[in-house]
Write a protein that binds this ligand. Structure first.
Ligand code: GLA
Ligand code: ZN
Length: 649
């Protein structure tokens, strides 16, 4: 199994590479990711490449049996490049991003694209068949530091062409967007603006005032632009190398449509920081992020950067507790990871990330974290095969859509509305119940899953409608919620009665809705709603719960409808965690979807590999926990894990 570290030989004197590599091998690491920010050293002057130092580093590592994932360094252009060419992104006020950090370049900038092609071609040609190079990582974290959207002249031009390809003629474009509103009709695609600054914005904070179809297409275009840039790199590499290509994604990040990005990658990898300056992530959020990453290609993935020490840029999060580093590996693998690479081998005393501690501290002396990872590495060499090509065993799918997320971000409905938060709450309820849901795109919907959740699924096309009808007709259970089916794919509101194209499936009508910030109790022990209430009238559906106050007291809040051999649940309001848990349990029981009961703070995840089924039990708390599994009680120590295999326990 791949068990590695991120290593930056260019940060150290070459005389240290040998001792570093030796420590890596002794730590049971067998892989490094390398070179991803080294453009300046690889191409010190335009068109002059120097691979000698990288050759030496790779061969020193190889002597210790360590293989290489080679990064293309395009996320950090060298000084000469920005001095010669204006490749900076522009913010919405037209200001250049400027030098001194990274990711300052625009994906539609012709100079940046050209220079990127040159360095990627040179590297792919030179290293494409190197026996020590086992894979490629293109660039680094597309979109990170809020760099997905650019408002430069190149983007404006590219956006015009993108729109022309999509709409064909300006009349169709105007009609689709409804540009007649506020006299926004355009005469040509060249003239279409980027939705940046306008006269309304300063007084309205983050409220967008552009045409919502324009906002939506700009988000699609920006995501597509980075994907095109990624494809440019993967196509070059594939000409010279047959090694698999990945990019390091960012879990819950939503500015780029990861389903589309995934199409150009051979496998997905991602960067998992559980506790750093920006967040202290709950275990459910981390498990869900793993599932989101697995869902990108509906395939197992790697971690390319896993937290190995305390970290942050200016301030730090907590240091991993004894046992947590080991626990996090098993958590990742339980959810589909099959290669683990730690960020970073040794902390850098200089540069922006001085506080980003690694496996080793600045003094390079192995301590607790190194030894814990060393021991875990030993286990991986013993047990890692159990997780290779393993498959998740689950009856439940949660569908997450980047575009639907954008539509909610563009027009947020009400201040308490948060699409990501809603999807998370459905994941949490399922995780606590133990259905261990997969998370993925609408393409993953199939009769493989007994229950499919599509909370707040705003954009519904004719194709999706048909797909959902087939799924339910054949016996599937579909769970929808408020604000589903309200829009078409152009981000316009549907003129159908809500829930729009889903109405027949739901068998109920949204008569009215209420977003007043009042607490409204929901019957059947479902607690209260505080953000949004669809006031439903059941047509063919059965009423499951009603509202207990306001003028809509007694109106349906939750319904269930029989459709073909299956059922459609409609949850008309936001619910607190306990209530959602109850409802998810009821839905799972009704659909016969399997779950493994376990205490909150633990997980029980079933996988199958080589025909062998096993359950991974994980304890995220700092006290012992008992989980019953396979007819026996298993006690997990604090941060402990156990693997229960049929016939063994
Ligand atoms: C990201 C990047 C790394 C590094 C770490 C720590 O995940 O991919 O290059 O910057 O964050 O900040
Ligand atoms: Zn641009």
């Amino acid at each position: 199994m791949i068990y590695g570290v991120d290593y930056y030989p260019e940060h150290w004197d070459s005389s240290e590479w040998r001792s570093h590599s030796k420590l890596m091998r002794e730590g049971n690491f067998n892989t490094v990711r390398i070179a991803e920010f080294a453009w300046g050293r690889l191409e010190p002057r335009e068109g002059e490449f120097d691979f000698s130092w990288l050759d030496e580093a790779i061969s020193v590592l190889a002597e210790e049996g360590i293989k290489v994932i080679l990064g293309t360094p395009t996320a950090s252009p060298p000084r000469w490049l920005v001095n010669k060419y204006d490749i900076y992104m522009r913010d919405k006020y037209g200001r250049p991003r400027g030098y001194g950090s990274r990711r300052e370049c625009c994906s539609n900038n012709p100079y940046y694209i050209e220079r990127s092609k040159e360095i990627v071609t040179a590297m792919a040609q030179y290293y494409g068949k190197n026996p020590n190079v086992i894979g490629w990582q293109i660039d680094n974290e597309f979109g990170c530091h809020d760099t997905t959207h650019c408002y430069c002249e190149h983007c404006k031009k590219a956006f015009g062409s993108w729109l022309e390809r999509k709409y064909g003629d300006i009349k169709t474009f105007n009609k689709t967007y409804g540009t007649v509103f506020w006299s926004h009709e355009y005469e040509s695609f060249d003239d279409v603006i980027l939705p940046a600054y306008n006269s309304c914005e300063p007084t309205h904070g983050d409220i967008r005032t552009h045409n919502p179809s324009l906002d939506m297409d700009f988000m699609r275009f920006s995501s597509d632009s980075w994907i095109a840039y990624a494809k440019m790199q993967t196509a070059i590499i594939r000409r010279f190398s047959d090694r698999p290509i990945t990019h390091n994604l960012m879990g819950h990040f939503v500015d780029i449509d990861y389903y589309k990005l995934g199409e150009t990658l051979d496998f997905v990898s991602w960067d998992n920081y559980i506790e750093d300056q920006w967040a202290s992530h709950t275990y459910e959020e981390v498990s869900m992020a793993h599932e989101v990453m697995r869902g990108v290609k509906d395939k197992n993935f790697w971690i390319m950067e896993e937290q190995s020490g305390p970290c942050g840029w200016d301030v730090m999060g907590g240091t991993p507790r004894p046992g947590q580093l080991r626990l996090w590996v098993y958590q990742a693998m339980a959810h589909g990871c099959e290669g683990m690479v730690y960020f970073r081998f040794k902390a850098a005393p200089f540069g922006m990330e001085q506080y980003w501690y690694g496996v080793l501290d600045h003094d390079g002396i192995p301590r607790r974290r190194y030894y814990e990872l060393q021991k875990t590495g030993e286990e991986m060499q013993k047990w890692g095969h159990l997780f290779q090509n393993a498959q998740t065993v689950t009856d439940t799918l949660i569908v997450k859509s980047y575009e639907t997320g954008w539509s909610h971000r563009i027009k947020r409905h009400t201040s308490g509305f948060d699409y990501d938060g809603i999807v998370h709450s459905y994941y949490r309820a399922n995780n606590h119940l133990g259905t261990n849901p997969a998370v993925g795109s609408e393409d993953m919907i199939s009769d493989k899953y007994k229950v499919v959740y599509m909370p707040a699924y705003s954009i519904v096309t004719g194709t999706l409608k048909e797909k959902l009808e087939n799924y339910v007709r054949n016996g599937g259970t579909l769970v929808l919620s408020y604000r589903s089916g309200i829009r078409d794919e152009y981000n316009n509101m549907t003129t159908l009665t809500l829930p729009g194209k889903l109405r027949e499936l739901v068998g109920a009508t949204v008569e009215e809705f209420d977003a007043a910030s009042v607490d409204v109790k929901v019957s059947g022990g479902l607690g209260k709603s505080t953000v949004w209430r669809d006031i439903l009238s059941a047509d063919s559906a059965e009423t499951v719960a009603v509202y207990d106050s306001e003028f809509y007291k007694g109106s349906a809040a939750v319904t269930v409808n029989k459709f073909g051999k299956g059922k459609v649940w409609y949850i008309g309001c936001d619910l607190e965690d306990d209530a959602l848990y109850k409802l998810v349990k009821r839905i799972s029981d009704d659909a016969g979807a399997e779950y493994i009961p376990h205490p909150v703070g633990t997980e029980a995840v079933k996988r199958i590999s080589d025909g062998k089924e096993y359950t991974i039990l994980l304890n995220y708390t700092d006290t012992p926990q008992t989980v019953s599994c396979g007819g026996a009680d298993v006690t997990l120590v604090a941060y402990g894990i156990e693997i229960v295999m049929k016939g063994i326990l």
